[in-house]
Design a binder for this molecule. Structure first.
Ligand code: ADP
Length: 596
């Protein structure tokens, strides 16, 4: 990879990682916020249930108590001090019994004529509540309820009111019951939740954080402000709007609020309406811990990703190194192969040169051999021819003179010379021998006997003393009896040549069978074969003898004949002097060959 591509690849990886991390961050945050919302909703449900249960406990009470005769009697005679005093006591007792905040009776003008708190300095007695919506609703025959801050007590409360009907069913007054919300609020264990209850105008009147009390979550219109002032719902509490900001993130509502310490915090907001009371309950859950949790998850993922990338990089590096090593090896191998090929080409060239040289040598050798043969032949034939011509000339003269006996003598000489030339011709014919004559079973003893008989003249002339020692159980061999005899005659003639004129003129013929070989040995006690020429004596036309004495064909022909018998002709020098020619033959296998 080039540097530029590498840079691009790294850039692409970096972008991919960044995109991935962003995606993971979004998913983790959404999950954490969603989880927070679920928790907030659970709390919201519990809060709403508790609130509804609490209100329901008191809902039916005013209507029930309004039927009491004492109440109706007091309304009929509001100036009867004794009756009012008795009613006050009864209201006090009942109020304590039902665990309400206040219980009081209002006449149709809105003035309180009897109250459970009659004994307290801030007693409702004599107070006029005609401006309170719960009063007007009950006076008009409905059941009223209303939430407000007490104008007299300054205590927040929820008011239930019911009309009190006189003897003929006409509404004679209103019985009102106030319950406090302080204990409910105190029961909210804040922890990480914030609970807010707002009225239909969005004004917070119950809260885990007092700082938000009597503040509006929504901007208020002039109309709303006037209505709130008329109902004196929040008495003299100064209303203001909370600096809030609502954002919707996915399925989660987020709200930003300034808390008691003046710091703006973000919350997951859940809300539920309480239609009967006209309230909206909100549970807020701070998002900071949720976001921290999400960040932790993202960090963990980032760490994992980093580890994975590092691992991937390491593996990639290792593979790259391996590939590099392999490439180096491949180059080295290719180098080696090229060197081998070069060497081979060199060798082939050298070999070709050698072959050419050998061919040249063979050619030269052939020419030399041909020259030697021509010289030998012309000498061998010219000499007898010249002699024969002389004898013939003399014979003619002798016949002219009438000297017939001497003429006959000359003719005899001519015949001898002709015989000699015929012998040479025979030799030459042997060179062009027939190599593939079928082999026969041959008895070596008989061959030795015949060969000795043929060579007898030459052996005697050389003064050789021949001894024959053949073992009686010598196996029959395979070969051609005439050709084998020819080989043996040749070797014997050479032996005769070798011993002629030396002191020790013995020639020993022996034989032995060993393994797959039957060997006939001719050991003369002559000078032996000089090592320098030992491997050339089987070459055609190789001779050390004087021109006219040998053609150098004998051993060459003999060697080839022995090869035809699947045998061999070997030469060695005997440790005690003289040459040893070994005619190696194969023992005849029964039935394989025809007997001679
Ligand atoms: P030629 O007898 O006509 O020379 P051969 O082929 O028979 O041809 O022999 C080749 C040569 O081998 C001889 O010239 C001689 O030098 C050598 N040679 C053969 N037989 C003997 C032997 N028994 N002792 C020493 N040299 C020998």
């Amino acid at each position: 990879m080039t540097g530029r591509w590498k840079g691009l690849a790294w850039g692409a990886i970096a972008v991919a990682v960044a995109v991935l991390m962003l995606g993971v961050e979004r998913v983790a945050t959404r999950n954490a916020l969603g989880e927070g919302q679920v928790r907030a909703e659970t709390t919201l449900r519990q809060t709403v249930n508790a609130l509804e249960g609490h209100l329901r406990r008191f809902e039916a009470l005013p209507a029930l108590l309004a039927r009491n005769d004492n109440i109706r009697a007091a309304l009929a005679a509001p100036d009867d001090a004794g009756r009012i005093a008795a009613l006050n006591r009864w209201l006090d007792e009942t109020n304590t019994l039902v665990e309400a905040s206040d219980l009081y009776l209002i006449d149709l003008t809105g003035t309180t004529i009897a109250a459970s708190n009659h004994a307290r300095p801030d007693s409702f007695i004599g107070q006029n509540f005609s401006y309170r919506p719960y009063f007007t609703a009950a006076r008009d025959g409905a059941s009223g309820h209303f939430f407000a801050l007490g104008t007299t007590s300054g205590v927040r409360g929820y008011y239930f009111a019911s009309p009190v009907r006189g003897s003929r069913g006409a509404i004679a007054g209103v019985l009102a019951l106030k319950i406090g919300v302080d204990e409910i609020e105190a029961g909210w264990v804040a922890r990480d939740y914030r609970i807010l209850v707002t009225d239909p105008d969005g004004i917070v009147f119950m809260s885990t954080d007092p700082v938000w009390l009597y503040h509006s979550l929504l901007p208020l219109t002039a109309d709303q402000i006037a209505r709130i002032a008329a109902s004196r719902r929040y008495a003299e509490a100064g209303l203001s709007v909370l600096a809030t900001q609502r954002v919707r993130s996915g399925k989660v509502d987020l709200l930003q609020l300034v808390d008691g310490n003046g710091t703006e915090r973000e919350y997951v907001m859940t809300a539920r309406e309480m239609p009967q009371a006209g309230w909206t309950v909100r549970v807020l859950l701070e998002t900071a811990p949720l976001r921290a949790q999400a960040r932790l998850a993202v960090a963990a993922f980032g760490l994992l990703l980093a580890v994975a990338l590092l691992l991937g990089w390491t593996v990639w590096q290792r593979r790259a190194r391996l590939a590099e090593r392999l490439a180096i090896q491949a180059t080295a191998q290719a180098d080696l192969e090229r060197q081998v090929a070069e060497r081979t080409a060199d060798l082939t060239r050298a070999n070709d040169d050698l072959h050419r040289m050998q061919a040249d040598l063979v050619q030269a050798g052939k020419l030399a051999a041909l020259g030697r043969m021509s010289a030998a032949l012309s000498h061998e034939i010219n000499q007898p021819l010249a002699a024969a011509r002389n004898y013939a000339d003399s014979a003619g003269l002798l016949i002219d003179r009438g000297d017939l006996p001497r003429a006959r003598e000359n003719i005899g000489q001519i015949l001898t010379l002709i015989d000699r030339m015929a012998a040479i011709a025979r030799h030459l014919r042997n060179v062009a021998r027939k190599p593939n004559e079928p082999l026969k079973i041959v008895d070596l003893a008989a061959v030795v006997q015949d060969a000795l008989a043929i060579a007898q003249g030459r052996l005697t002339a050389a003064g050789a003393r021949v001894s024959v020692a053949l073992p009686a159980d010598l196996p029959l061999v395979q070969g051609g009896p005439v050709r084998l005899q020819q080989v043996l005659v040749n070797v014997l003639s050479n032996a005769a040549d070798a011993v002629e004129g030396t002191a020790d003129r013995r020639i020993d013929i022996s034989a032995q069978a060993q393994g797959d070989e039957v060997t006939l040995q001719v050991h003369d006690h002559g000078p032996g074969v000089a090592p320098a020429i030992a491997d050339r004596i089987f070459d055609p036309f190789f001779t050390t003898k004087q021109v006219g004495s040998g053609l150098g064909l004998g051993l060459s022909i003999s060697y080839n004949i022995m090869q035809d018998f699947q045998g061999d002709l070997r030469v060695a020098n005997h440790p005690q002097g003289g040459a040893v020619f070994s005619l190696v033959l194969r023992p005849a296998r029964a039935g394989a060959l025809a007997a001679e």
